[in-house]
Design a protein around this ligand. Structure first.
Ligand SMILES: Cc1ncc(COP(=O)(O)O)c(C=O)c1O
Length: 410
């Protein structure tokens, strides 16, 4: 139904939202996490103690911490990033945001104008792609392999752009547990990327919201940390989130940047501060519990990833390809040529299985057409094995893939 105000809406609004009708039976989309792993009791205790002690500071916008967010949480993040990402971060280098999505909005608004060009990974977070589209920004995708963004190709692309007199505005990357490929950029590539960014004098926006959930191999230093080892500094803007480690509904993310950048982002954050209660509870909870919780959660997610891989192998045999993710909550799956995952996703949704079609997560629709992102974070183990079996049935019915001999036909 269209609104009677249709003629009055601005002309560049995005398409209307669909009403929420509940989750599908087999939910393999979205950044949801494992409900049984939310540390409810600890959050209750943290809420009780922090409110008893400091509840009256809720009387002030920004508590008694100012516009950058609750100071004890900024201190906690600073300690965590020093420990986990090998990065020196002062509490004044941090701006708490309403999820890292707000961090994306602030940085994109500060740097980008219609007609600008941004460099990203060829398979990329759909929320980033839709934001860049809405801003009228052109994006160029760089291929990703098991070591992350291919910096050789990045060098070529930057050289070609320069030859055409074009100057990109920004390199945006998700280096650690890349969304959707689940890869981790090697330290060598991070160093190469930084060197290229330096040569072309480009800002780097490092979106590290899954980095705490890397279970395979050692987490490399963040690109911002590597930058701090050299003479050049202030080029890398970093963002992270508690969505994937504690709970997405809390909506707590953060930006890390030098003051000359932060001071330009802060005036764009016109919401008078992100929700304070969740910041207080996280700080109170996090100091004691975060590390152990993240280790437990990562172990649970790893088991689910293995189950999803085994279910895909059992149901599709060699007809789908994927690389085991090195952490996180999703898997990037390639189907045979015959399968258009946009049609498959529509057919699957009709039967209660939701997947992300690859075109919504790819710069080039031709590349994304036969790929799909499958999230395993929130589904139970039973739902993963049943849902993948159902997906294989649906895919077989619509495309003949996976091929089945007569005696195994269901
Ligand atoms: C790469 C990436 N960046 C940012 C976000 C936003 O997360 P949040 O706003 O919940 O922190 C997501 C969520 O899925 C993501 O995958």
């Amino acid at each position: 139904m269209t609104s009677k105000f249709q003629p009055r809406f601005s002309s560049d609004l995005p398409p209307p939202a669909k009403r929420w009708n509940g989750f599908p039976r087999y939910n393999f989309v979205g950044g949801h996490n494992d409900a049984s792993e939310v540390p409810v009791d600890e959050l209750i205790a943290a809420a009780g103690s922090v409110l008893a002690r400091e509840g009256r500071t809720l009387a002030y916008y920004g508590l008694e911490s100012g516009a950058q967010g609750y100071l004890p949480l900024r201190r906690l993040i600073s300690a965590q990033l020093t420990d986990r990402a090998k990065m020196r971060v002062g509490e004044d280098d941090i701006l708490l945001t309403s999820g890292s999505l707000q961090a994306l909005d602030l940085v994109f608004e500060a740097f980008l104008e219609p007609g600008d060009t941004v460099i990203i990974e060829e398979a990329c977070y759909g929320g980033t792609l839709s934001r860049l589209q809405r801003l009228g920004v052109t994006y160029i995708g760089i291929e990703v392999d098991q070591d992350g963004m291919k910096t050789g190709q990045l060098a070529e692309v930057l050289g070609e752009l320069e030859a055409k007199g074009q100057n990109p505005k920004l390199i945006y990357t998700i280096p650690t547990v890349q969304n959707p490929t689940g890869t981790v950029m090697s330290e060598a590539r991070r160093i190469e990327l930084l060197a290229l960014a330096g040569n072309y004098d480009l800002p780097v926006f490092e979106d590290d919201c899954y980095a705490d959930l890397q279970w395979d191999g050692e987490r490399p230093p963040s690109i911002r940390a590597l930058e701090q080892r050299g003479a050049d500094s202030g080029r890398v803007i970093y963002c992270g989130s508690f969505s994937k480690t504690v709970a997405p509904a809390l909506r707590v993310g953060y930006l890390v940047a030098d003051w000359p950048v932060l001071s330009r982002l802060l005036p764009l954050k016109t919401d008078a501060g992100s929700g304070a209660l969740e910041q207080m509870v996280l700080a109170e909870y996090g100091a004691q519990r975060f590390d152990g919780h993240v280790a437990d959660l990562s172990a649970v997610l790893k088991e689910k990833a293995e189950l999803m891989a085994a279910s895909l192998a059992e149901q599709f045999g060699t007809q789908v390809e994927f690389t085991a993710p090195r952490g996180g909550i999703f898997m990037w799956v390639t189907f045979p040529e015959e399968v258009d995952t946009t049609s498959l996703a529509a057919a699957a949704l009709e039967e209660g299985v939701e997947i992300n079609p690859g075109v919504e997560w790819s710069v080039d629709p031709g590349y994304g057409r036969r790929r799909a992102r499958l999230c395993f974070g929130s589904a139970t183990k039973q739902e993963i094995s049943e849902g993948i079996a159902r997906l294989a049935d649906i895919c077989h019915k619509h495309t003949g893939i996976p091929a089945r001999s007569g005696n195994v036909e269901r």
